[in-house]
Ligand binder design. Structure first.
Ligand SMILES: *[C@@H]1O[C@H](CO)[C@@H](O)[C@H](O)[C@H]1NC(C)=O
Ligand SMILES: *[C@@H]1O[C@H](CO)[C@@H](O)[C@H](O)[C@H]1NC(C)=O
Ligand SMILES: *[C@@H]1O[C@H](CO)[C@@H](O)[C@H](O)[C@H]1NC(C)=O
Ligand SMILES: *[C@@H]1O[C@H](CO)[C@@H](O)[C@H](O)[C@H]1NC(C)=O
Length: 371
């Protein structure tokens, strides 16, 4: 019975030296290769990743609201109290007192461009390009929304600027990256309290190019009652890395996914939507990312679905006049680029109609709706 075992054992022992280059040696060989391979990988990893791992601790931790900060929106924006530092009418009046053809047209849209005290240059660029009279359709009003600066530097210039152009709205809150949600809520407050007759609001920033003509056409054709339109983002996850600009600690947002939301670079909403949002803000705890809070959290709370339009993009678009003539928004456009595009769009262009994928190369991600 044990007969087969003995020869096998003997065979194995005696055969070892004879099998150089056989399976065992090959096994050792590949083992060596594997070790070398991992050593190489570790060296590469060490050289590329470790310095950044070390460096990142020299970077500041992204500022977020401390856990003990109030998240009651009404405590910050005081909906029943005037917080206006520099006022501006929602419908413009011409300086001569007579209403021009444009200002007497039925109001359609107010564009609120979120800016900051120090961004004089960006405001000048916008006023002389896409917001200049010849590119603004009838019934469209444009204002810049500012908060308070860290100190008084620039405030006198803001007051002078407001007198000269009549397009500055300044609210009494400290303007900072962490307070952008407050800024957007101030925008909703100003719009609902001052723009009785204006059916639509566009929120955008001072590094954006907006094709007002195309937006105007979309709004004139709109039939939806509670419009909320822009560049939709679905399935985004909170970033838990404290060194990331978009860091969100669990105590501020603890779900795995953000609600579907519109990029804050440009989104348009109807008056009814703005009113509903401002009311809901009393019940939804503040979150520091403006677009996620307004077009995501508030929208989900009240059951209004943000909608995607390929004309809106949070990316910087190639500076191609035919592209700009067919889209609505483009991000990170420099003053020089604004001038170039606006000059081209003032004259008639010969352009082939672009396909949706040419208007914006990326989609929305996979959109699941909870309600
Ligand atoms: C929050 O806590 C910090 C210290 O942990 C304290 O300095 C600060 O005053 C607190 N803020 C509020 C609003 O309670
Ligand atoms: C604002 O005023 C309205 C009407 O007077 C009132 O119902 C509401 O509770 C007030 N809101 C706040 C935050 O005080
Ligand atoms: C005022 O704040 C700005 C930044 O907003 C800063 O550059 C400037 O040095 C400050 N001025 C004073 C006098 O503190
Ligand atoms: C946000 O604004 C409020 C009101 O002006 C101010 O008290 C607070 O310090 C600001 N927070 C930040 C982080 O700038």
């Amino acid at each position: 019975m044990s007969k087969p075992l003995i020869p096998m054992r003997v065979n194995r022992r005696t055969s070892l030296p004879q099998f150089r280059g056989g399976p065992t040696h090959r096994w050792l060989d590949s083992c060596q290769r594997l070790v070398t391979f991992f050593a190489l990988i570790s060296i590469i990893f060490g050289m590329t990743y470790l310095p950044s791992l070390y460096m990142r601790h020299l970077k500041p931790v992204a500022f977020v609201w401390p856990a003990n900060q109030t998240r009651d929106a009404y405590e910050m924006i005081l909906p029943n109290v005037s917080t206006n530092l520099v006022a501006s009418l929602c419908t413009p009046t011409s300086s001569s007192g007579q209403s021009s053809a444009k200002s007497s047209a039925a109001p359609v849209l107010v564009v609120v461009i979120c800016s900051a005290v120090r961004n004089f240059e960006a405001r000048r660029a916008i006023r002389t390009t896409w917001a200049q009279k010849d590119l603004v359709p009838p019934g469209v009003r444009i204002v810049f929304l500012l908060g308070r600066g860290q100190n008084f530097t620039g405030q006198n210039s803001v007051i002078r600027e407001a007198k000269e152009f009549g397009d500055i709205v300044q609210e009494n809150f400290l303007d900072s990256y962490a307070n952008l949600t407050i800024k957007s809520l101030m925008m909703l407050k100003w719009y609902t309290q001052n723009c009785d007759k204006v059916p639509y609001l566009l929120k955008t920033d001072d590094d954006m190019y907006i094709n007002l003509k195309n937006l105007h056409q979309i709004l004139l054709a709109n039939q939806k009652p509670n419009l909320l339109l822009g560049n939709l983002i679905c399935g985004a996850k909170p970033i838990r890395d404290p060194y990331n600009k978009w860091f969100a600690p669990e105590y501020l947002y603890d779900s795995e996914y953000y609600p579907n939301y519109l990029s804050g670079t440009a989104y348009v909403l109807s008056r009814s939507t703005a009113k509903i949002f401002l009311e809901a803000a009393g019940s939804v705890p503040l979150f520091h990312m403006e677009d996620i809070y307004i077009t995501g959290c508030l929208a989900r709370f009240v059951g209004i679905r943000p909608e995607d339009h390929r004309g809106f993009s949070y990316e910087k678009r190639a500076i191609l006049p035919c592209l700009y003539s067919q889209v609505i928004s483009s991000h990170q456009v420099t003053p020089a680029e604004m001038k170039l595009v606006a000059a081209k769009l003032r004259r008639p262009l010969q352009c082939r109609p672009l396909k949706p994928a040419q208007l914006r190369s990326f989609g929305t991600g996979k959109c699941k709706w909870k309600r």
